[in-house]
Design a protein around this ligand. Structure first.
Ligand SMILES: [Zn+2]
Length: 172
């Protein structure tokens, strides 16, 4: 998957959650990302994220691990009708975490992050978003030729974004 679209509201949730790192405690934070793998009119697959659920983590300034209960809690939350769009229930499409390192080049996938992708998010449509809450820089990584690589990310700001949902098709 080389393209990812994320709704502004979901990005805001990730940002607000990760910005906690800049308020007194410098530690990585994480969130689970929900949406659907889609196909656009040119038959290009892309991952659409419209919901972010802050995760409970075990973390330090340079390490973060999403606790098991977060996956279960998030699944319960997305089972509610409000989480669905036009009757489509979102599925887990990725994760987000912060790199509060306060320096250039803070948006990258570490060896541990790549291992997390391999173990937890191994499918084509799975993505990992990395955010530096201090600089505001962020980027999305996904599977390109079976390697974790940067992918193009677009923010969906259209308040009427649901009208674009014609493109959503769950990939095999
Ligand atoms: Zn990381």
């Amino acid at each position: 998957m080389t393209i990812c679209c994320i709704n502004e509201e979901a990005l805001d949730v990730v940002y607000a959650h990760c910005a906690r790192a800049t308020r007194g405690r410098t530690r990585e934070e994480a969130a689970l990302l929900y949406g659907l793998p889609c196909i656009d009119r040119g038959f290009n697959p892309f991952t659409w994220i419209w919901l972010a659920v802050p995760a409970v983590t075990t973390a330090s300034a340079t390490h973060v691990e999403i606790r098991e209960e977060s996956f279960l809690e998030a699944e319960e939350r997305v089972a509610s009708p409000e989480a669905s769009v036009l009757g489509r229930r979102p599925i887990l499409v990725g994760w987000a975490h912060s790199h509060p390192f306060d320096g250039p080049g803070s948006v990258f996938m570490s060896g541990t992050d790549r291992e997390t992708m391999r173990l937890r998010f191994p499918r084509d449509h799975h993505v990992g978003l990395v955010l530096d809450p201090k600089s505001g820089h962020w980027g999305v990584f996904g599977w390109v030729d079976r390697q974790v690589a940067p992918v193009a990310a677009r923010v969906v700001r259209d308040p009427d974004w649901k009208r674009h949902f014609w493109c959503a098709e769950v990939a095999p």
